[in-house]
Design a protein around this ligand. Structure first.
Ligand code: ADP
Ligand code: ASP
Ligand code: MG
Length: 407
């Protein structure tokens, strides 16, 4: 089959939130069919279904088993993909829907945050060969024991880009409720600007640091397999934003986006021995418990003692404190503290690679607003600061004004 004639499209929750929206999506797919494309579609659960399913589980237990949670959450996508197939049948387009397990979307066994290990294309190619639109339930797979797994919130983007990779297509369209990637979340900053294009690295950094418009692993796949991701709105036919290799970009900005994330908490272990092996012991132990650690800062030691602060997902905070409290007995540190109401606010841009003064300017903005910076971390193309959560929105707005509107 000629891969250049296959297009992979993903429709997010808002795009399939009602029967009317599902019919509108079916019409759009029909228009691609009429242009001669073979269409592979990935769908999310309708509207807020995933949130509602989580609430439902919480009404039964505060500590649901991760396996059963994935079993439950995967049902949302199964509903929308079957309904979309029916909507296509209704307008005389042949279509078939598949769950993750039916196309052997193999993942590791990390429930609620599984990673894709492989996908079988046999069934997809067979159905495309029969001139059918293939609709695949996003966000789900199966592990080697055939347990249903999910890829983490927002994971349908990753299903779509991974499919584009295995089907060898160059383009993947992500249809959402905004018409592209903006310089900041349009729900937070009203003067935000749409980017025509953004590099894989910038998008990856923004997604990792809280810009929920794309699942960060989808951008990793796109970069690895050189897939151009077109983020656009399912409510219009306007061009969106293309996520592409930096070398192909026409315009490069010093800062292309400001973002913030509020789903992490800070943990500090104070006055532990400042000697080789302590950090290794601490972070290996957290790793063994599958706790994802993001920022890490160690204070300069004195009297052979130092403090370490790091951030973890709020959901993992309790487990992290238990582990640290236990280790702290062994280390003989003074205390284990935590703070939940923090935000990580970041500025990202490839232009930073060849500019100076960005960090100073960013810290200056915080200082003018009397916002205390609790932690700092940098990468080649990003600077992130941990601040008090109550200032997150203000910080994003002011950084946007300083770095984007004023440039
Ligand atoms: P979908 O259900 O279609 O996957 P999401 O809610 O996951 O949609 O992602 C779209 C949302 O991402 C937008 O409504 C917007 O509020 C948010 N968002 C956050 N940061 C950005 C950004 N930099 N550019 C565009 N949208 C953003
Ligand atoms: N339905 C899942 C979620 O809400 C996956 C997705 O929409 O991408 O997170
Ligand atoms: Mg999403």
């Amino acid at each position: 089959m000629d891969s250049s004639k296959i297009i992979v499209q993903k429709y997010g929750g808002t795009s399939v939130k009602s029967p009317e929206r599902i019919k509108a999506v079916a019409d759009r797919i029909k228009s691609y069919r009429e242009k001669g494309f073979s269409v592979v579609v990935v769908v999310s659960a309708m509207g807020k279904t995933t949130d509602d399913l989580i609430d439902l589980a919480k009404q039964v237990t505060q500590t649901p088993s991760k396996r059963e949670m994935d079993m439950l959450l995967s049902t949302g996508e199964q509903v929308s993909c079957a309904l979309l197939a029916m909507a296509l049948h209704e307008i005389d387009i042949d279509a078939v829907s598949y769950t993750g397990s039916q196309i052997k979307m193999m993942t590791d066994g990390n429930f609620s945050n599984a990673k894709i290990a492989g996908i079988s294309t046999d069934r997809i190619f067979k159905s495309l060969g029969e001139n059918k639109v293939v609709i695949i339930a996003g966000f789900q797979g199966i592990d080697e024991d055939e347990n249903i797994t999910t890829l983490g919130r927002g994971g349908s983007d990753t299903t779509a880009v991974a499919l584009a990779a295995v089907l060898n297509t160059r383009d993947c369209e992500i249809y959402t409720d905004v018409d592209g990637v903006y310089t900041a979340d349009p729900r937070v900053v009203s003067s935000t600007k749409k980017l025509k294009e953004i590099s894989y690295d910038e998008m990856l950094e923004l997604a990792r640091l809280g810009a929920g418009v794309l699942h960060s692993r989808s951008v990793e796949f796109a970069k690895k397999y050189n897939i151009r991701v077109h983020v656009r709105s399912s409510f219009s036919y306007d061009e969106g934003t293309i996520v592409m290799p930096v070398e192909e970009m026409m315009e490069k900005f010093i800062i292309s986006g400001i973002t913030s994330k509020q789903d992490e908490a800070k943990v500090t272990i104070r006055e532990i021995p400042d000697k080789p092996g302590i950090s290794a012991r601490l972070f290996n132990e957290l790793g063994k418990h599958k706790i994802y650690v993001n920022m890490i800062v160690q204070s300069t030691g004195h009297d052979n003692r130092a403090s370490i602060s790091f951030t973890v997902k709020k959901d993992d905070l309790k487990k992290t404190i238990d582990i640290c409290t236990e280790l702290n007995k062994e280390f003989g540190g003074t205390s284990v503290d935590s703070k939940e109401d923090i935000a990580i606010v970041s500025a990202v841009g490839v232009g930073m690679l060849s500019s100076y003064g960005v960090a100073g300017k960013m810290f200056g903005v915080f200082s003018e607003q009397n916002i205390n910076i609790e932690m700092i971390s940098t990468s080649e193309i990003g600077i992130s600061c941990v601040i008090d959560e109550m200032y997150a929105e203000l910080a994003v707005k002011i950084l946007h004004k300083t770095f984007i509107e004023a440039e």
